[in-house]
Design a protein around this ligand. Structure first.
Ligand SMILES: [Zn+2]
Length: 433
């Protein structure tokens, strides 16, 4: 089986750690010098970059959170002047403003090769025709896989998300061999094929590269049998680089993390304490090569565990298990990150809406649905159906533009939403993922 960059992917553990330490020190110097937020955090703890003499010293360093990115919106966390930035992406924020991330030319080069690594590990080569069914735009997914495919020398079809029948037509006519999408969209495609009477065995499709949302082994089996492909998982997040942090090889027993580019730690999300190898906890990532947007101990909020045992594929890098949940309240709906606080902000901003609300997330077939239930109050009471309809339309439109994902808004009886003691649980997630 091919390995894209064996010099890094198969490096002996001691050498990986030595390289990580050198790159970590360089990263710390860079952020201390160029990013006020990091300098202030280090100063508060009385730390200078020179204090980090071993990888174990990493645990002395402060965490970086989504809140830090929000406070430094848009460019405050950049470690280079804007003129050196050649690409800007963003991801959804917990409140209102998105998170802005940037790449230098060198960052894009590294990003492409990190994606090429996991695509190669999944079995993609220059002989493949890669159909990308992620949305192009501000999110990192489509562009990440696009540039990785081109680097490998595969033929890229930048189809974008949606338009399922056309996806299937292109798959048939252009003889796509690899599909890039969210796992739930892969199921949508499979189900539509069934309805259209298209036999997946008549297609050229052989591998799927799926990411952007958590999914189970059961879902993997379903995709593999419905599309007659090998379905692989990969992991990444815009704040850290986008796709390319980790991906599965064909052994499919965890996603190999590119350890020359990232240091992975597992912490206790409550105490922030670093946990020993093999523990389940929150993944924390430190970037080692990034120029424009370095991240020191970024709290991903994703729950997983790390496996340092050797993999049959020959790669020596640590593997992370499929993510098992979140340590915050973020939801992933149709592959889009949604925070309940974003919805609350929208409701509060609409006059007369100091709301008791509840979110109901479900999956109809393979499509995620989001219903926002709002309790009727004196302010939100309409004798006229017309006014009620106008109100619901306004809320739905605002939610759509803020979240980037459609929601159905429903008015419910006063006091019908249960009141929680302490922190209200606003979300009912009925999906079985
Ligand atoms: Zn492997």
């Amino acid at each position: 089986m091919a390995i894209w960059e064996p010099e890094y992917e198969c490096m002996p553990r001691e050498e990986i750690e030595q390289l990580q330490l050198e790159r970590l020190q360089a990263t710390l110097n860079r952020v201390y010098k160029n990013v006020t937020c990091y300098r202030n955090k280090f100063k508060e703890l009385g730390i200078v970059p020179e204090d980090v003499r071993s990888l174990a010293d990493l645990s002395k360093l402060p965490f970086t959170t989504k809140e830090d990115l929000r406070l430094n919106y848009p460019y405050g966390m950049f470690a280079v002047p804007l003129r050196e930035v050649v690409r800007i992406h963003s991801s959804s924020g917990t409140t209102g403003k998105p998170t802005v991330v940037g790449y230098t030319r060198h960052d894009l080069k590294v990003w492409s090769s990190l994606v090429a690594r996991f695509m190669t590990a999944a079995g993609v080569s220059h002989d493949d025709v890669v159909q990308i069914a992620f949305g192009y735009g501000m999110f990192t997914g489509a562009f990440g896989l696009h540039y990785g495919s081109e680097l490998i020398g595969a033929s890229v079809i930048p189809m974008g998300a949606g338009n399922t029948e056309k996806q299937i037509m292109i798959m048939q006519d252009y003889r796509s061999t690899a599909l890039v999408s969210t796992p739930s969209y892969a199921i949508t495609i499979a189900e539509r094929m069934e309805k259209m009477g298209v036999d997946p065995k008549t297609l050229s499709l052989k591998v799927g590269l799926f990411g952007g949302e958590p999914w189970s082994e059961a879902m993997r089996k379903e995709i593999e049998s419905k599309l007659c492909i090998s379905a692989t998982d990969n992991y990444g997040l815009s704040e850290v680089i986008g796709p390319g942090v980790a991906g599965e090889c064909q052994v499919k027993s965890g996603m190999h993390i590119s350890e020359d580019a990232f240091i992975a730690e597992i912490i206790d999300p409550e105490t922030g304490e670093t946990l020993p190898p093999g523990s389940v906890g929150e993944l924390v990532l430190t970037s080692l090569t990034k120029e424009a947007f370095p991240m020191v101990r970024y709290r991903t909020r994703d729950i997983t565990c790390l496996d340092y045992t050797p993999c049959q594929c020959g790669r020596t890098t640590v593997r992370m298990r499929k993510t098992m949940g979140r340590s915050d309240d973020m939801l992933i709906i149709k592959g889009v990150n949604v925070y309940p606080s974003q919805i609350e902000d929208v409701l509060i901003a609409i006059e007369g809406c100091q709301p008791h609300y509840q979110l109901v997330v479900d999956r109809k077939g393979s499509m995620d649905t989001l219903e926002v239930q709002i309790e009727v109050t004196e302010n939100i009471f309409f004798d006229e159906m017309r006014m009620q309809k106008a109100f619901l339309d306004t809320v739905e439109r605002r939610l759509d533009s803020v979240l980037g994902v459609g929601a159905v808004v429903k008015l419910v009886e006063p006091n019908s939403i249960p009141r929680a003691e302490g922190k209200a649980s606003r979300v009912i997630d009925k999906r079985r993922i």
